[in-house]
Design a protein around this ligand. Structure first.
Ligand SMILES: *Cc1c(COP(=O)(O)O)cnc(C)c1O
Length: 392
């Protein structure tokens, strides 16, 4: 057998269990209707919540920054990659978030991996919600701190662990998603903040799905709960509602100064390209000028969720535009998604191991870019396929 035969065997394993897949190809921008594998379909699966990924103002900003600054930053930030555009972005983002300072990374994943490692050490404990995002899990693994996982949003469990372990560690860092990406529910931030005060813990909220979506003008989950200034590390992504690419930490200035010295993605990986940075600045300006896009997003989400509920679908415990349509069995979930695609609607099926066994769902992601016709077309397809598979 060849040296790489073990990889071929793994792939055969995927094929045998029915989880092998080919990547779908999108032949154009990420918009409400896309050309997926050569077929026009309503796109209910992007994180482009506000429709900014293809917004004319962002395009224009990206093109003019490219003409002025080139296509690449040319180096890591700590050498010559720290273009003035990046500094400008950090200032405007801090103003938007109403926090002291912002530090930008190349992606949300990079941001978690770099930040968690930089702020904890061997003498520390991390407490992490069991449903936290994979990039948090990886960040925790790369840090040298001990970890304990608390049951999803279970505050009694969180407190029980603290009662037992708080005194054994120097710092304890509680990490949670702001919005949980598979169910669309919110973290219990007010309770987490008060527990953190009681046990003298640091708090870290990854608000990838909340920034641009929740709070005043999309200022995020922390703002939604009125907890501005109370969370030590607020992570946001520039790749979802903002429509471009990148991640950031909003924090006190002292955190920023430390990250610029110790966060490994800033030291060892090239800075964001100027086009992305300039487009992001434009996106933040748009959010600061008007709540038009966030309002449209929520109007669309309410319309679609009401439609699904009326048809008799179970949409779980979502409190956000992330709408899981609960199907249950893995094979049926994938079949639902496949037939919907034939009907002209793309919704990804999500099954074990991403979610627990038997909790398969088709996860609908609503965007401000959807028109009423897109959503009603999709609801008709859901009705047809739901009846066919006896889900409603
Ligand atoms: C999507 C996501 C990330 C990763 O963000 P990217 O900018 O796409 O790398 C990190 N954390 C959470 C909670 C996410 O949902």
């Amino acid at each position: 057998m060849s040296k790489l035969g073990f990889i071929q065997e793994n792939i055969e394993g995927l094929k045998a269990e029915g989880t092998y897949r080919k990547l779908p190809v999108n032949f154009g921008p990420c918009t409400n209707v896309i050309n997926l594998n050569g077929h026009k379909v309503v796109n209910l699966s992007s994180n482009n919540y506000l429709g900014l990924a293809n917004h004319p103002r962002l395009l224009k900003a990206a093109v003019s920054a490219t003409e002025k600054y080139g296509v690449g930053a040319g180096s890591v930030r700590t050498i010559v990659g720290n273009q003035d555009l990046l500094e400008e972005l950090e200032v405007i983002l801090a103003k938007f978030k109403e926090e002291e300072a912002v530090t930008c990374f190349q992606s949300g994943l990079n941001c978690n991996i770099g930040t968690i490692q930089a702020i904890v050490s061997k003498e520390d404990l991390i407490l992490s919600d069991e449903l936290n995002h994979a990039s948090i899990i990886d960040g925790i693994r790369l840090s040298r701190a001990d970890k304990a996982i608390y049951r999803h949003s279970d505050m009694e469990h969180l407190e029980a662990i603290l009662k037992e372990k708080r005194s054994l560690y120097r710092n304890v860092l509680i990490i949670t998603d702001g919005v949980f990406s598979m169910d669309g529910d919110l973290a219990k931030l007010p309770e987490i903040v008060s527990i953190a005060k009681k046990y003298d813990c640091l708090t870290y909220v990854d608000d990838a799905h909340g920034s641009g979506v929740l709070g005043r003008g999309g200022r995020g989950t922390v703002d939604h709960f009125g907890l501005n200034g109370e969370i030590d590390f607020i992570i946001g992504t520039l790749s979802k509602a903002i429509g471009v690419i990148g991640g950031y930490v909003a924090s006190k200035q002292v955190v920023k100064e430390w990250l610029l010295h110790r966060a490994r993605p800033l030291l060892f990986s090239t800075a964001l390209p100027p086009a992305a940075t300039a487009a992001t600045i434009e996106a933040v300006k748009i959010l600061m000028e008007s709540e038009k896009y966030t309002h449209k997003l929520w109007d669309n989400a309410k319309h679609f969720k009401a439609g699904l509920t009326k048809l008799g679908f179970d949409i779980g415990k979502s409190e956000t535009p992330i709408t899981p349509v609960m199907i249950g069995e893995e094979a049926k979930t994938m079949e639902f998604s496949r037939i919907l695609l034939e009907e002209g609607v793309f919704v990804s099926g999500i099954v074990f191991p991403t979610v627990p066994q038997g909790a398969g769902r088709c996860r609908v992601m609503i965007s401000a870019s959807h028109t009423q016709e897109d959503l009603d077309f999709a609801l008709r397809a859901f009705e047809k396929v739901g009846k066919k598979l006896k889900i409603i």
